[in-house]
Design a protein around this ligand. Structure first.
Ligand SMILES: *[C@@H]1O[C@H](CO)[C@@H](O)[C@H](O)[C@H]1NC(C)=O
Length: 289
C-alpha cells in the first residue's frame, strides 16, 4: 500500500504540470481569452517580393507561433496555396502544407494550433475536408456541437486532453453542415483593416464583417505592413519588419485596441514572424511573465 501511495505521489506532479502552449496558466484559459501572435500568409516563404515569411511553417511552429493563415486557390483539380493567382506565386498544394502541420502536431501533443484559411474562389468545402482527411489532420480538429458564444469556448487544457487541438476557420464559403470542423471565421471574429501602408497602425477599426458589431466576437488585428511599389501594387514591407514587429509597434496598436474594445485582441497577425518580438509580445498580451 505504502509503495502505491508513494508511486501515486511521485506521479501526481507530472499530472499537475500539464502545460498548454508552453504555459501551465494557459490550460485554464478559454480559447476565446487567449492572445495568439499569428503568421499571416504563413505558406508564402522565401525572399521573393510577394513572400510574407522567411521561415517554413514547421519553423514558425517551432518558434512558438500557434496561429497560421493561408490563402487558397484552385489549380487543376487541387487546392493550391497561391498568392492572389497561381501564376504570381504558387507555394504548392494545400495537402502538403497540412501534412507538415500534422507532423508537427504529432510531435507536440500539448499545443493548440489554429489555421485560418481564405477561400475567395469559393472552392467546394468538401474538397477542403478531403485534403485534411488525406493527411489525418481532421482527427485533431476541434468540432463544436453548435455555434459557440465567446463564453462557450473550451479551455486550452480541455482541448489538449480531448486531443481536439486544431481550430480551423475559413473566411468565406465555410459550411459546417458539410464539414463541421471548418468554422465560419466571421461568425466568430471581426478583423481590423489589412494591407495598410501606415507604419503607425494608428487605428483599430472594425473592417470585416462590414456593419457588424464588436460585441460577442473575438478579434483579429492585422499588424502587417505593406509598401506600394507601383501605384496600386502592394508587397509586404520586409525592410521595416524589425520596427513593425517590435514590442513598441505591436503594443502601441494593441493598446489602442484595448482602449476601444476593453479587451485584448485574440489574434495579432504579422508578416516575417521570425523578425522582431512576436513571442515577447504574445507573453505580454497574455499577462505571462
Ligand atoms: C481575458 O480576460 C481578461 C479578464 O477579463 C481580460 O482583461 C483580457 O483582455 C482577456 N483577453 C482576451 C484575449 O480576451
Amino acid at each position: 500500500m505504502r509503495a502505491f501511495a508513494a508511486l501515486a505521489l511521485a506521479f501526481a506532479p507530472v499530472a499537475l504540470a500539464l502545460d498548454c502552449n508552453g504555459h501551465t496558466e494557459l490550460c485554464d484559459r478559454k480559447y476565446s481569452n487567449v492572445t495568439f501572435m499569428g503568421a499571416h500568409d504563413s505558406s508564402f516563404v522565401g525572399i521573393l517580393p510577394s513572400d510574407n515569411q522567411l521561415e517554413s511553417v514547421t519553423k514558425q511552429l517551432s518558434g512558438g507561433i500557434r496561429y497560421l493563415t493561408a490563402q487558397t486557390h484552385p489549380k487543376d483539380d487541387a487546392i493550391e496555396l497561391c498568392h492572389t493567382s497561381c501564376i504570381l506565386l504558387d507555394a504548392g498544394p494545400l495537402q502538403d502544407y497540412l501534412g507538415d502541420i500534422k507532423a508537427w502536431m504529432d510531435g507536440n501533443p500539448n499545443e493548440v494550433v489554429t489555421l485560418l484559411l481564405t477561400n475567395g474562389d469559393a472552392i467546394d468545402i468538401n474538397k477542403f475536408g478531403d485534403a485534411f482527411k488525406a493527411v489525418g489532420l481532421d482527427t485533431y480538429a476541434y468540432t463544436p456541437g453548435a455555434e459557440l458564444t465567446m463564453d462557450d469556448w473550451p479551455t486550452l487544457g480541455t482541448m489538449v486532453s480531448n486531443k481536439q487541438r486544431l481550430v480551423v476557420f475559413m473566411d468565406y464559403h465555410a459550411d459546417t453542415s458539410k464539414v463541421p470542423w471548418i468554422l465560419d471565421e466571421f461568425k466568430y471574429y471581426f478583423e481590423t483593416p489589412f494591407d495598410t501602408t501606415d507604419k503607425n497602425f494608428a487605428q483599430c477599426t472594425l473592417d470585416r464583417p462590414q456593419g457588424a458589431t464588436a460585441d460577442g466576437r473575438m478579434y483579429i488585428v492585422n499588424h502587417f505592413l505593406d509598401i506600394e511599389i507601383f501605384p496600386g501594387v502592394l508587397i509586404p514591407n520586409l525592410a521595416d519588419a524589425g520596427t513593425t514587429n517590435s514590442m513598441t509597434s505591436i503594443l502601441a496598436q494593441t493598446d489602442l485596441c484595448y482602449g476601444q474594445y476593453k479587451r485584448t485582441p485574440n489574434v495579432v497577425l504579422l508578416d516575417f514572424v521570425s523578425i522582431g518580438d512576436a513571442m515577447k509580445a504574445q507573453n505580454d498580451l497574455n499577462n505571462l511573465g
